[in-house]
Ligand binder design. Structure first.
Ligand code: TXA
Ligand code: MG
Length: 340
């Protein structure tokens, strides 16, 4: 199969919709990361998504909508907390887990009685979903285990020959996957931190949000996670990743000293710290924690392309978007986090 890459226009959007209607797959831009989309009402399309990604069968997909009226055929009811969060954050980078409507095949939810739903704000994503007229199941458009794609080029690297079309909507603004919350329990539980932060969720709900077990620490062997995604290896570049937390000068001294013993090291750091690392090859995380989120996955991919074998990453505080960045980095590092 030849994979076409097209800019968003009336023609390419119509082509994407026609591919979805016949059960095919399309790489689509969203404000978080690129998605690998297929018809969410089709068990065959869901199976094709799992095949194209090499995704473990037990890891459910997110269903994407462009209109709240679609929810009727996706969920069996809308919990009150979910309504509050939809009002506050949709459309946007928040995925809400609700009880499943039987019209969504079990292949999409990996056998769970709940379904994850997201209403993206990206205009191209909305235009594609609207033209298709159906809910679209879309995991991140990477091969399973690889960093999520934040450009059409990243999607092509992983999906060339596996899907029919990629719509190139430019670099994704947030750069990390959506925040995932479970609204099917008494308290809202945060299962994956993202651009909608824990603080933002709490302020909209007016009460605390629980952090799911296994979200910011490794699960013990045999321990069950609330979200299957937490059980799988993730975001791993070929380079060994080490995350270092500490004061700026102390952290830079530690990294420089360790890197001296490595074959081909580099550091991922904020621009303001560039001068602290001397000649050590540097990948830029940008200037702010938001930039760090935006740049992280591209940096992990380019570390491999440039042949670095060890990547030292400056850790962030676990506040705001820092929690989401640290969640991805901990996983990329296999929880090898050095606290000075
Ligand atoms: O930003 C995003 O969410 C992107 C774009 C394309 O929308 N999609 C994305 O999908 O990141 P994916 O498949 O890479 O991540 C979905 C996560 C997984 O960790 C999965 O386990 C979890 O959501 N998930 C999906 N349905 C669930 C459910 N019913 N219960 C618990 N976790 C669920
Ligand atoms: Mg993913």
């Amino acid at each position: 199969m030849q994979t076409k890459v097209m800019l968003p226009c009336a023609q390419s959007i119509a082509l994407a919709a026609s591919i979805f209607k016949r059960g095919g797959l399309v790489g689509i831009p969203t404000e978080t990361v690129y998605g690998l989309g297929g018809d969410a009402t089709s068990a065959d399309a869901a199976r094709a998504i799992f095949r194209a990604k090499g995704r473990p069968q037990d890891n459910p997909l997110i269903v994407h909508i462009y209109d709240l009226r679609q929810l009727e055929d996706i969920v069996s009811h809308i919990p009150q907390t979910a309504r509050v969060l939809m009002d506050a954050f949709w459309p946007g980078p928040l995925t809400i887990i609700m009880p499943r409507n039987k019209k969504i095949p079990r292949e999409v939810t990996a056998g769970l009685e709940t379904v994850a739903v997201r209403f993206p704000v990206h205009p191209v994503a909305q235009a594609i979903l609207k033209e298709a007229g159906m809910p679209i199941a879309a995991p991140s458009a990477n091969l399973s285990g690889r960093p999520s794609p934040t450009t059409a080029q990243h999607v092509l690297e992983d999906m060339d020959g596996r899907i029919e079309l990629i719509i190139d909507g430019g670099a994704c603004e947030v750069g990390l996957e959506s925040t995932v919350v479970d609204a099917t329990r008494g308290n809202v539980v945060l299962l994956r931190p993202g651009g909608v932060t824990k603080e933002m969720l709490q302020s909209a709900l007016g009460r605390p949000v629980e952090l799911g077990k296994g979200v910011m620490e490794p699960l013990a062997q045999g321990e069950q996670a609330l979200s299957p995604g937490l059980m799988h290896k993730h975001y791993a570049p070929k380079a060994k990743v080490k995350v270092v937390l500490g004061g700026d000068a102390q952290r830079a001294a530690y990294i420089s000293q360790c890197a001296a013993g490595d074959e081909n090291p580099c550091v991922l750091c904020l621009e303001a710290h560039r001068r602290l690392y001397g000649d050590l090859p540097m990948l830029s995380a940008g200037c702010t924690p938001d930039d760090y989120a935006h740049n992280l996955f591209a940096a992990l991919r380019s570390a491999d392309q440039m042949g670095y074998t060890t990547l030292y990453a400056e850790g962030l505080s676990f506040e705001g978007v820092g929690l989401a960045v640290m969640n991805r980095m901990e996983r990329a590092a296999g929880f090898d986090v050095i606290k000075l």
